[in-house]
Design a binder for this molecule. Sequence first.
Ligand SMILES: [Zn+2]
Length: 230
Amino acid sequence: MLFVKPDRPVDRVFLHCSASDHDHHDDVSVMRRWHTDPEPDGRGWSDVGYHLFIRKSGEVQEGRPLTRIPAAQAGHNTGTIAVCLHGLAKEKFTREQFASIHDLSRQIDRAYDAGVTIHGHCEVSSKLCPVFDYRAVLGLDRFGAIAGPGSDPVGPSVVEAPAPRPVVRLTDQGPAVTVLQSLLNRRGAGVVEDGHFGRGTLKAVKVFQAAHGLSADGIVGPATWASLVG
Ligand SMILES: [Zn+2]
């Protein structure tokens, strides 16, 4: 499909799986029913939570309009596009699906001038979703960016939970601050990556926190790290 950039800021794409391998679930209309049917059978939502649904054939179906924020990653929906691949068992996802998500992720990345990173739902939840090794399939680096020529993708074996990180704040120094600065710069902050948490870094952290619905206190704790890494 041809990706048309919505009039909405997006900096992350999240990948999901439908948690089913049944043929009769291989259509966005089924997912839409699950999400819009009234509770307790469905979720009672106004539309399917995902923007795009990829069938086993590789066909990409449209779900929720891209102009709307998805309902897909609790606490991490703003600024995202949510894509669901039909499947559950790792070995039952198809090459056609992988080719589609590969093509789609590159179209999205180009549409946003390489300003998006791509993630699994598992990075911001306790779920295994999307189950398959999306970093290897998409050739992502450790930040979730599409790896360019000469870069070093993480390779097929790694789908790690984010490492625990220390709380950092103004006047702190050290490697964790450098990592913070590099994550901020991946989102266009333009701070000096010197490992010193000064006024410039403080300002960038506060801007990031405010933009992601976090309390803009300039202190980088678990929630801010999760948003930065996720
Ligand atoms: Zn998911």
